[in-house]
Design a protein around this ligand. Sequence first.
Ligand code: ADP
Length: 178
Amino acid sequence: MEIQIGRAALQLKQGDITRETADAIVNAANSSLLGGGGVDGAIHRAGGPAILEECRRLGGCEPGDAKLTTGGKLPARYVIHTVGPIWHGGRSREPEILASAYRRSLEVAMAKGLRSVAFPSISTGAYGYPIEKAARVALTAVAEFLQSHPEIERVTFVLFSSPDLQVYEAALQSIHLS
Ligand code: ADP
């Protein structure tokens, strides 16, 4: 599924983000930036040890912020490491922190002159954010950013499973039609 927002394309697909050829892929990292499971583990395995070496020099990352490394052996040129919120029931600023993680990732991409960015579904794995809620926050934050920043030409959400893709498609339809 793909829609146009201003001049940009917003695309949803199923797949493994480590195989994406975007200018940057985004990592759902933890605050230490020293590696973890899920998509973080997959990115470090596929990208090789150079990414972790760069991460060690970054001094961690606050939830809602984002930092850049090269892509190592990945097809993507860069990795943007962001940290989403851990779900504590929804009243601990989780939506704000999640939206900020998406926005800051796109700001970091823009600062480097990058034009295409691929995101995983941040916080909906080990961090426990309910995916229906997270999808709405993620898509709204990215769509709003694209409306005001035409420098970014393409954002792709790479959902790992078919049920996750379906949740994002339903969320995009409801946002788009409302
Ligand atoms: P978090 O700690 O932010 O919840 P996780 O990595 O545990 O991060 O999960 C985030 C999402 O990434 C989950 O939906 C998970 O299924 C997905 N995921 C795991 N591996 C990959 C991959 N290789 N490509 C894309 N998405 C992935």
